[in-house]
Design a protein around this ligand. Structure first.
Ligand SMILES: [Zn+2]
Ligand SMILES: [Zn+2]
Length: 231
């Protein structure tokens, strides 16, 4: 049900975790639609969060804006061939393809591995049971409500990963505001959305204690969000 996909770049780590759970289901008898005798109807609630973990401290969680219920959270999918729902593997595959069409889930930009986790595993046997039952040939609509929780979990090393390594031509290389030595001649980085530059080694030590730019106090955890989300 949950999977940990690690995006490791040069030993730095950001984890992505997707968890889908079905909260409720029901089966309505009778033809679902004019065109199809069988249908699966899904209502989906999506939660996204960014979790910052630092050794010896409680996790810091930033919730991203909730994706409104009106934005494609309910969809109904017609099924013409009942056999598609009559075995665990076929049903899981069909559900995965249905869920991939939901706008709410598309905005999460799941990887292939994430999509495997988006299908609530406890729903598959319920649907198969309905599709193999005595009433199945008369048609049915299988309704279920699911919640999807996608988290990015990262640590202080990931903050460094979100920093710019190549400074723009207009950036003047002066002194590192942390150690006051000249920046030139050493690897230099710039926190996201921040005009300040630091030695790579100095800002890493800083990130082990604080998550803001030492000069402008922008919170790098929040500024780095777009970088993490594009992983
Ligand atoms: Zn320095
Ligand atoms: Zn700054």
């Amino acid at each position: 049900m949950s999977n940990h996909a690690a995006a490791a770049t040069a030993g730095l780590l950001v984890m992505r975790r997707v968890e889908a759970t079905a909260r409720w289901f029901s089966i309505d008898p009778g033809p679902a639609d004019a065109g199809c005798q069988f249908a699966v109807s899904v209502r989906c609630y999506v939660k996204r969060s960014l979790v910052f973990r630092r050794r010896g401290q409680p996790p810091y969680v930033i919730y991203q804006p909730y994706i409104g219920a009106s934005n494609g959270s309910i969809m109904k999918f017609g099924v013409r061939d009942l056999s598609v729902l009559q075995s665990d593997d076929a049903c899981r595959w069909a559900l995965r393809r249905m869920l991939a069409r939901m706008p709410q889930l598309q905005v999460l930009r799941h990887t292939d591995v994430d999509w495997d986790d988006v299908v609530p595993s406890n729903m598959v046997p319920q649907i198969v049971r309905a599709a193999c039952g005595d009433n199945a040939p008369h048609g049915f609509t299988f309704h279920f409500v699911m919640a999807v929780d996608r988290q990015f979990i990262h640590d202080e090393q990931a903050l460094l990963m979100a920093c710019k390594r190549e400074l723009g031509g207009s950036d003047k290389l002066e002194n590192c505001p942390i150690c006051l030595d000249v920046l030139e001649g050493e690897p230099v980085v710039q926190p996201p959305r921040c005009p300040h530059a630091f030695h790579h080694r100095c800002i890493f030590r800083w990130f082990c204690k604080a998550t803001t730019c030492p000069i402008c106090r922008r919170d790098v955890r929040i500024c780095a969000l777009p970088e993490f989300l594009s992983l």
